[in-house]
Structure formats: structure tokens, C-alpha cells
Design a protein around this ligand. Sequence first.
Ligand SMILES: Cc1ncc(COP(=O)(O)O)c(C=O)c1O
Length: 353
Amino acid sequence: MGKIKIDLFSDTNTEPTPGMRRAMCEAAVGNEVAGEDPTVNLLLEKVCALLDKEAAVFLPSGTMCNGIAFRVLCERPGDLIILDQTAHPLKQSAGLIAGLAHAQPYPIDGENGIFSVQQIEPIIAAPHNYNHARARVVSIEQTTNFGGGAIWPLQTIEEVCQLAHRYEVRTHLDGARLFNAVVETGISAARYAQYFDSVWVDFSKSLGAPIGAVLAGSQAFIDAAWYYKFQQGGGLHQAGMLAAGCLYGLEHHLQKLPEVHAHAKQLAKRLSQLSFITLNPDDVQTNIVIFTVNHDCLSAFEIQQRLLEKGIRALAIDQNRLRMMVHLDISITDIQTVFTAMRDIGKDDANTR
Ligand SMILES: Cc1ncc(COP(=O)(O)O)c(C=O)c1O
């Protein structure tokens, strides 16, 4: 594989900027596990205010946030976690629902990662007896990753969460890309978070920090989360250097997300003009572009390989679909380069549709 010049594989593949690196180097630090790291504490305060939650904990990754939240929210081994069939904890997290939370996923066939209250009501409202595992958590992803960056409408969230709470089922918000939804809709993070017992936000995706996520909820929830943070080796000591990168992302990169989304929409518009691609550009709401390939000779995997040969990395989800994630390090010139590369790849084989 040659050098990757344009990396659309994931928005986690950003490089910390010189300003972010400086902020990290200069951070005030203390012992995080003793609650004595001033920069971590400042980050937690800011996130609690942003999400309007009582307490929060700093964790190295989103996967750990999901795993710990599910572990705390579930009561008995075998409890059900309802989530979309494309959800990250199901597709990409090395079996964490079973392995860490000792629970089982109940996957829902949503649209672009979004399901409706009607789809989950029969599971949640089912009378349960000793034969049946009990629904314990409903988890949603804002925005949806493998649903193509789609934004859950506030009303759907409200309906789903109100139903869950009526049946004493807990609600969890995987906010890996919550900030993308916030800048796109103008709806605050707190308004989204109000319906959830647990919520986390990520700094290493849209905000460009190298590491860092914050899980938030009630004080009792976070007290319980600390136990599993320790158990999983997530006690971090002088973590202020990492938290400083997260704070820098909040202060300097959040405002750049509208431009990132504009680039993704531009990419979608250009790609939709190619005859071997099926893509409705109006479906692209944030930074993720997923499209279907209808090429007579090339599968999505082969196109992924051809792109790599041109120094461009994308993700073939399956035989027919490719995902491109736009982020802070992708310029409008890169978007043009990707379009030209795709056009040339399509033409190389004369048999395009
Ligand atoms: C929706 C979603 N949840 C969770 C994660 C896991 O985050 P991390 O890579 O920080 O463990 C990801 C990663 O891309 C994600 O997209």
C-alpha cells in the first residue's frame, strides 16, 4: 500500500493540530483517579454543563463508554439491549454487549440507523415471565455511523425514550457524533441528552483530539461507572494532557463542523453524478457519505483497492457499498481529487452502466 494522501476511512483519523499539541503539552495535570487532575475536572464540568447532567467521567474511548454504560444500566445477565442492527456496539466492538455487559443485543431493522417507537413497543411492552429475557436498555446513536450520519429527529427520540421509561427501561445515547447533530440542527446537546439516563460525547472523532470521551449521567450512575472504569484499566493518572486536547477541540474545532458537513455534501453531490454510483445527495446530513456501487466489473472492495492505489482510503462496507467519512483534515481540494479519482476508476473499465 502506498502513502495515504486522503484518508476518508474514519473521522478518527485526524492529526492533532500544532495548537492542540501545544495545549496538550502545557496542560496542568494531577492524578485523575484521585479526582485531582484540574484539566480533566474542567473538561468534566464543561461537559456536564453542555449536557445538563449531574456527573461525568473521562474515558479513553467511545467503546469503553458504551461498555461501561451498558454494564451499569443492565441488571441481570441476559438482559436485552435494544439498538439498531447497524449500531457500532453490535457491528464493531468485539462483542462488548455480551463480553462486558453480560447482556444480549436485540437488533432493530431501522432506516439509516433510526428506528421508531412502533418497532420497539412489542419488545418493551411484552409481558415477561421467567422464560423471557427482559428489555433493559434502549440505545441510540446520534448521529448514526453505518446509517450514513443520519440525525435522529428530536421527536422520535422523545417517543422512543418516553416509551422506554414508561416500562422502566433505561435509555442510552451513543454520542460519538452528537456534536455533528448539534451544529447541523441548532438543537443543543442538552436538549438531545435530556431523554437519556446515560450519554457520552467523543472528542477524537469530529473534534479532532487524539484520544478522549466523556460519559455522563446521574451521580449514582457515574459512581457505578467508576468501578468498571477501574476494572477495565481505565484509571488514567495524569490524563490532563489528553483532556486538554479535548478542551481544545471544543473551543477551536466545533465551529469548523459546518464546513466539514458542507464538504461531505459537496462530495455526495459530485459522486451522485457518476453513472455507476447510486446516491441521493439529500440523504447526506452530516459528515458521512455512504453509497451503492453498480459497476459492471468492479465491486466496492475492488474500488476501495483502486482508490488505495491512488492514495485515497475509503471503507468498503460490503460488496456493494462504500463509506467515506469527511473530517477536519479534508479540504475542498481533496473532495475534488476524490471525485476525479472515482470518475477515472469508473472509466478505466469501459463497461460502466
Ligand atoms: C457510533 C460509534 N460509537 C462508538 C464508537 C467507538 O468509539 P472508539 O473508537 O472511540 O472506541 C464509534 C467509533 O467510530 C462510533 O462510530
